[in-house]
Ligand binder design. Sequence first.
Ligand code: NI
Length: 261
Amino acid sequence: MFVDSHCHLNFPQYADVLDQLRADMAQSGVDRALCISTTLEEFPQVHDLAMRFDNFWATVGVHPDNEGVQEPSVDDLVSRSKLPRVVGIGETGLDYFRLGERTVADMAWQRERFRVHIRAAQQTGLPLVIHTRQASEDTLAILAEEGQGKVGGVFHCFTESQAVARAALDLGFYISFSGILTFKTAGDIREVARFVPIDRCLIETDSPYLAPMPHRGKTNSPAYVSLVAKQLAEIKGVDVEELGRITSANFEELFSLVRNL
Ligand code: NI
């Protein structure tokens, strides 16, 4: 019924609990999950999950926050994306939240890495999984410039303004909401969720991070995407089964899973 469109199940905390995690998913009506790559070094493990389990898929990409890791070329991404069950490029994007001592000008390497991912998406026709934090202006500008309207994808774990959502929708992107939607303090994100058309919404957990209420602060799990669905269904004024049906169809449409089955 539900799809977790973004999770990191190769992370070490899941190594010994995968069977239980999958049983919890089934129990909560979560029938599929997309395993997101954040470095090339970890990609083999991410891909292995998608090969071992027929309701897991994988992406290939290097997260903007990862430094001191192998820097991907377009070919690195394109060649891995041709492997079976790889359905997207990312996660990629820009993050100016962790600048530390640096200025935005110092983050040219991050913008270049983002451009490499966009080029790989263009070459393969695969959707991008976008992470943007305190960098939405540059993220949108680079997508528009580099993508030239020919790339699509999803803005994951959306925490930006309605104006940014509007701009992302205008570029043809989907918007994915996480457990943040259930946090008491997230009234503004719920307003954005009200605004985004239901046929452009996805749901995710971003496991192991951002567990929804009432599990906030604990290790997240794909099963909990059902709680994100419940919250989004309330916001949209539809029942949760309908919300599950629509967001699952959106997921299939974006990642063209029919082609990959
Ligand atoms: Ni992530």
